[in-house]
Design a protein around this ligand. Structure first.
Ligand SMILES: Nc1ncnc2c1ncn2[C@@H]1O[C@H](COP(=O)(O)OP(=O)(O)OP(=O)(O)O)[C@@H](O)[C@H]1O
Ligand SMILES: [Mg+2]
Length: 303
């Protein structure tokens, strides 16, 4: 966790005011120090509590920068110039310090290894709570809960650096869950993992949304997963929010996918290929389950 280390103990968790939006980004334009072109330009969107949002876009689109805006690291740590307003869990990121925001917004980055520095999994997951000066019993409860949610039982005494990539990423997720955040922001959490590690991490992300109702903002190139679990897709391109739509509308729009260099789920790629060969696919699948149905029907129709 990058957020809490140097702060004085016992910051109260400021109650989020009652809110209709978990994320409210209004007219945000942000330019990093010593750069000319804004990394984000005129970004506005709102996310209601409990929604699962996927943030897609090619490299340098501004996805990570937008994630950093949500926990206040931009502009507080990075500096630069920011216009507009970001309100998360009812808290304006201009008005609240990063350790306060960290209790509402958990940010998980791509490279878990770089975020873990404690000697055991247990001390790693407890670290953020300890830094906020929480009582030991509360820390114990929170850590137990976070380890259960990330299925890390039995690994409490292991040194994080000896774990697999997928396990390390789950430790990073447990660290932010111990803060009991309202919103989880995950920036390409599986891009450095093998398929098994990715599957384990994504399963947990999906469960946090579906079973615990956590609001999720996930940056990923794993559009197969997005098609199965996300409610909504935002597309960033060259610092602009160019699309805000359902996964289905995004993944079935070949022009949009090509224009913004987004690779759709594999079943969409196969279906585009079939269509280009003249196969009369009338309904475009975006998940494997849907594809099975569509292809069965085609077979029945003798195509
Ligand atoms: N610390 C920084 N200082 C200056 N410019 C930066 C900094 N970090 C990012 N940028 C620039 O801001 C723009 C957006 O970068 P960002 O990392 O947010 O994109 P991204 O969509 O996350 O890309 P990727 O898919 O490669 O992770 C890019 O032009 C990048 O070069
Ligand atoms: Mg990035």
């Amino acid at each position: 966790m990058i957020l809490i280390a140097s702060h004085p103990p016992r910051l109260p968790k400021e109650k989020s005011v009652s809110m209709s939006w978990m994320i409210d980004v209004a007219h945000v334009t942000y330019t990093y120090p010593n750069t000319e072109r804004p990394a984000l330009e005129s970004i506005s969107f709102q996310v209601p509590p409990g929604q699962f949002v996927a943030l897609l876009g090619p490299t340098s689109a501004g996805k990570s920068t937008l994630c950093y805006c949500l926990n206040g690291v931009v502009p507080r740590l990075f500096g630069g110039e920011m216009k507009g307003k970001v309100v998360v869990a009812g808290l304006d990121t201009y008005e609240h310090e990063i350790p306060v925001l960290a209790q509402h917004v958990g940010l998980v980055l791509q490279n878990a290894r770089s975020q873990l520095f404690n000697v055991t999994v247990l001390s790693e997951v407890a670290f953020g709570c300890e830094n906020l000066g929480m009582p030991p019993e509360e820390i114990r409860q929170r850590v137990t809960e976070a380890l259960a949610l990330t299925e890390l039982h039995g690994l409490e005494d292991r040194q994080p650096s000896t774990l697999s990539g997928g396990q390390q990423q789950r430790v990073a997720i447990a660290c932010v869950l111990a803060m009991r955040p309202d919103l989880l922001v995950l920036d390409e959490p599986t891009s450095e993992l093998d398929p098994l590690g990715s599957e384990q991490v994504m399963k947990i992300v999906a469960r946090l949304n579906r079973e615990l109702g956590k609001t999720i903002l996930l940056v990923t190139h794993d559009t197969d997963f997005v098609a199965r679990f996300a409610d909504r897709v935002l597309v960033l391109y060259q610092g602009h929010l160019v699309e805000d739509n359902t996964p289905r509308n995004v993944f079935t729009n070949q022009t949009l996918l090509q224009q913004y260099r987004i690779r759709p789920p594999q079943v969409c790629e196969i279906t585009f290929e079939l269509l280009s060969r003249g196969t009369p696919v009338t309904q475009m699948p975006i998940t494997i389950d849907e594809a099975v149905e569509v292809f069965k029907r085609l077979e029945k129709d003798g195509q």
